[in-house]
Ligand binder design. Structure first.
Ligand code: GLU
Length: 481
């Protein structure tokens, strides 16, 4: 049996969880779930100056919100310092690395002299092993450099295919600083070996690190994992997605009323596709369809309109019970309902959420749409008034409807609909001729959920009051002819 897949997400806790990082985490997560593998979370916090606990928390919260649970960790890279160092020292002992006593000033001078072409000139490679050890013992500061072998380094990238680097283009890079701390590539390889990572899937900003890392695996005698480098995410202007484009943090999307399921689906399709026309795919469908081979080589464009569309699809699929907790704070804040009403979860409130969810692209759009239905006052859209109240028979028809509704028993959507139809029939007109003027009277506008839903949610008293206001307005001649 093939070895179990072990993948990891290795964020540096130096900021928030941005959509690029979230997508990397998500592809690793999907691959682990698809293959019955293990998804490891490692916080790369060796940069003490820039790493913060708050950032770690934000990243973990963002992953949890998105539903990207990890199987192992979070481990902290900084805890592996002794092992990183031991691995580097092993390379030193094996002659695969050497001490470099060149001072920063000397290196800077040579860099300046050589300009762009600069690569470490291997001056210290010639220092004999005994002498090197003696100088170190005498307290002369040194770094440890990896001895890059000749030839080429090649890997079959799951996204980009065979990728080759000429080793001559890679200088003998430092693996241990003079204070004994490991350089980034050393820490990552030491950790990935220790965690038995089989597939490294990460952003393509790391491509230049990969040959160095492969050389370290080989020198340490460890199996080289499969590598895959994800293309960049661009804004709609074709430039790398950044703060300039607005929201880029996972937390920003939560604030914007985006559902985690929708962002999950959207990010999965940002640079990957199932090979068919499907777009709205729930988690288990995505797991089922996922493969590393279908990740695009080309950069993906972050299309906010599409995200909102997808969010609308997920809103429509959610039950009112699930949505109410997300919508209620805003309804209460806007004074449309009381907390006590929310807690009691009356049927009409759930029906309200149900009626509005299909007309919304984010949870934030629900409360403003509730105002015309359950707010204290009605604001008339003059164009709707002009269009739907211009018939001289409007007042008469509204009065007839008022009469029917005033006596209707019981006050349920099932009873309301036929009553309105009957009123239209009695007036000798089509349903729309009654429903549209009534809709304007009730909500002030020509667009709303089904009229029976509107009436029921609004309640009899408020509905009759609004019809009366409409009649007064029409009676006073305010409605244009
Ligand atoms: N810590 C690196 C980053 O946040 C990721 C390293 C890796 O995946 O190998 O970009």
């Amino acid at each position: 049996m093939a070895d179990q897949v072990r993948v990891r997400f290795a964020p540096s806790p130096t900021g928030y969880l941005h959509v690029g990082g979230a997508r990397t985490a998500l592809y690793n997560w999907l691959y682990a779930r698809k293959t019955g593998g293990v998804f490891v979370l490692r916080i790369e916090d060796t940069d003490r100056e820039r790493s913060t606990d708050e950032s770690t928390r934000t990243i973990l919260d963002g992953m949890t919100w998105l539903g990207l649970g990890w199987d192992e960790g979070p481990t902290h890279q900084a805890d592996g310092l002794a092992r990183h160092r031991a691995d580097a020292e092993r390379l030193l002992r094996d002659g695969k690395a050497y001490r470099c006593f060149c001072t920063p000033e000397e290196l800077a001078a040579r860099r300046e002299a050589m300009g762009k072409e600069y690569r470490y000139d291997r001056a210290c490679m010639a220092v004999a092993a005994d002498e090197s050890a003696d100088r170190a013992a005498a307290g002369v500061p040194f770094t440890v450099r990896f001895r890059v072998p000749g030839g080429t380094t090649e890997w079959d990238d799951v996204v980009h295919g065979v990728t080759t680097f000429d080793n001559a283009s890679i200088e003998d890079f430092v693996i241990l600083r003079s204070d004994g701390t490991p350089i980034y590539n050393m820490a990552v390889v030491s950790d990935d070996i220790d965690m038995r990572i089989t597939h490294v899937v990460r952003g393509d900003d790391h491509i230049a690190n990969t040959p160095k890392q492969i050389l370290l695996y080989q020198a340490l005698g460890a199996p080289v994992p499969v590598f895959g480098h994800l293309p960049m995410i661009l804004g709609e202007d074709g430039r790398k997605l950044s703060k300039r484009h607005g929201a880029t943090a996972v937390g920003d999307y939560a604030q914007m009323g985006i559902l985690p399921e929708a962002l999950f689906n959207f990010l999965a399709l940002l640079g990957w596709n199932p090979g068919d026309e499907r777009e709205v795919m729930e988690k288990d469908e995505l797991v089922e369809a996922f493969s590393l081979e279908r990740i695009n080589k080309k950069a993906a464009v972050f299309d906010t309109e599409k995200l909102l569309w997808m969010n609308g699809q997920y809103l429509a699929r959610k039950s009112a019970e699930e949505l109410l907790p997300l919508v209620a704070p805003r309804l209460v804040e806007d004074g449309l309902v009381t907390q006590a009403q929310v807690d009691a979860r009356p049927e009409w409130l759930l029906a309200l959420v149900d009626a509005l969810k299909v007309r919304s692209r984010s949870t934030l759009e629900i409360a403003p749409q509730a105002r015309p239905l359950i707010g204290e006052t009605v604001e008339y859209d003059e164009a709707a008034v002009a269009k739907h109240w211009k018939d001289p028979a409007t007042a008469e028809r509204l009065e007839a409807v008022r009469n029917v509704l005033g006596h209707l028993q019981p006050w349920t959507p099932e009873a309301i609909e036929p009553a309105l139809r009957e009123a239209a029939e009695n007036a000798g007109v089509g349903f729309g001729k009654v429903a549209q003027p009534l809709r304007v009277a009730l909500t002030g506008s020509a667009a709303s959920p089904g009229i029976d839903q509107v009436l029921w949610v609004m309640g009899r008293e408020r509905a009759l009051g609004r019809i009366d206001s409409a009649l007064r307005r029409i009676g006073s001649g305010a409605a244009p002819e």
